[in-house]
Design a protein around this ligand. Structure first.
Ligand code: AMP
Length: 171
């Protein structure tokens, strides 16, 4: 591909804490051509037959919704507990220090629906693994996990061995 998506991703050192290199996708979102090209490139690496795209708060919402629109699928937001107004399923997962939780509306996915999970970055894989469990609690079938960026040195795939994974860029 002659169009270089990686040119639109900005590395921010020591954000949100020392030692982290944050992959900032806002330059990519702000450029009309980059936004279109990235959506098209993602569409090349996800299945065509999907019922729901599940996007992870908050940066998974941007391309997650765009993908849903192009795939003729619905969109489901995954949020931090206390944000979704209806009844929810919640999954708690381990972080380096402590735990975190994510929620999904109990009626967001119907049993047997084909689900594509999308987020901006795959790092250690804990977040995506928790989201896959939420989808499965609702009876959904996780067809693929898709990311804009995969940080391969953090071995996120090790926590997601049961699933198909694609990412547009690998660092
Ligand atoms: P993990 O559970 O470790 O795979 O972390 C994934 C979540 O944290 C995703 O929702 C990402 O948006 C975010 N994240 C982790 N590392 C980074 C990074 N270096 N740059 C941007 N976002 C990140």
């Amino acid at each position: 591909m002659s169009f270089k998506i990686e040119k639109y991703i900005r590395d921010i050192k020591d954000f949100p804490k020392p030692g982290i290199i944050f992959k900032d996708i806002t330059p990519l979102l702000a450029d009309a051509k980059a936004l279109q090209q990235t959506t098209q490139a993602l569409l090349q690496i996800v299945p065509a037959s999907i019922d729901k795209v599940v996007g992870i708060e908050a940066r998974g919402f941007f391309f997650g919704t765009l993908l849903a629109e192009h795939l003729n699928a619905g969109f489901v937001p995954i949020r931090k507990p206390g944000k979704l107004p209806f009844k929810t399923y919640t999954e708690t997962y381990d972080l380096e220090y402590g735990t975190d939780s994510l929620s999904m509306h109990i009626d967001a996915i119907k049993p047997g629906e084909k689900v594509l999970i999308h987020d901006d970055v795959l790092a250690t894989g804990g977040t995506a693994a928790a989201v896959a469990k939420l989808v499965e609690k609702a009876g959904g079938k996780v067809v693929m996990l898709n990311f804009l960026i995969e940080l391969s040195f953090l071995s996120g795939r090790d926590k997601l061995k049961a699933y198909k994974i694609t990412s547009l860029l690998t660092f």
